[in-house]
Design a protein around this ligand. Structure first.
Ligand SMILES: CSC[C@@H](O)[C@@H](O)C(=O)COP(=O)(O)O
Ligand SMILES: [Zn+2]
Length: 214
């Protein structure tokens, strides 16, 4: 039996952080129809051994209950005995943690991220250039250009997770699934939320810019 890699205190802290960020994002309407999922890493990290707290599957993310979160290992399997099911998209979180060593991963479905992912699907990424909020990704050069990768939205989540390594860019803390939603991450909850907000600002900007030029 392996030693635990997180303490009870770290577990409770992660659940508390998830609760806070979940209610904040729910207030913005970023979890329509039970969509979206959130996770925060707990304890030590190596790419082949880590654990994280993740939202349980199919729940109303605007409500708080005792059954909202559970802890899974780096393969997305519950570590503690539980009847809760981890998010159906846990394998994507696993890949993001494994590849980046980040501290939190947030996923939301919005009309703006869906439409923009569809607009740029053939190109395979969404380009942004010269918008101030690119600095939220710690990219400070003038007139910076970034490309946010778009992945196909297969029904088989393991198949999507298998594509993450090829497409993830360590300088850009996000990937979009086509007509589905964004995954944004960061070193901790504060940074992951900043990144998520910046991506959503940029998606709305891209949508409105396109609409103006019709
Ligand atoms: C009800 S639509 C959303 C789901 O299909 C899925 O994409 C999603 O984001 C939430 O799944 P979940 O298993 O609750 O984490
Ligand atoms: Zn989703």
């Amino acid at each position: 039996m392996n030693d635990p890699i997180y303490t009870l205190e770290q577990r409770q802290q992660a659940f508390g952080q998830l609760k806070d960020v979940k209610s904040e994002l729910a207030e913005r309407g970023w979890f329509p129809a039970t969509s979206g999922n959130l996770s925060v890493r707990v304890g030590e990290f190596t790419p082949d051994r880590f654990a994280f707290a993740v939202t349980s599957s199919g729940r109303d993310k605007s409500k708080h209950t005792a059954e909202d979160y559970l802890i899974v290992d780096g393969g997305g399997r519950p570590i503690e005995p539980t009847k809760l099911k981890p998010s159906a998209e846990t394998l994507i979180h696993c890949e993001i943690y494994r590849l980046t060593g980040c501290g939190a991963v947030f996923h939301v479905h919005t009309v703006f991220n869906n439409i923009v992912s569809e607009l740029y699907a053939e190109a395979g990424s969404v380009p942004f250039q010269g918008v101030e909020l690119i600095k939220a990704f710690n990219i400070w050069e003038e007139d910076a250009r970034i490309e946010v990768p778009i992945l196909p939205n297969y029904a088989d989540i393991a198949k999507i997770a298998g594509l993450v390594e090829d497409r993830l860019n360590l300088k850009i803390p996000g990937i979009v699934l086509r007509n589905h939603g964004i995954y944004a991450w960061g070193a901790n909850v504060f940074e992951a939320k900043r990144h998520l907000e910046a991506f959503e600002f940029l998606f709305e900007y891209a949508y409105r810019w396109k609409a103006l030029n019709l």
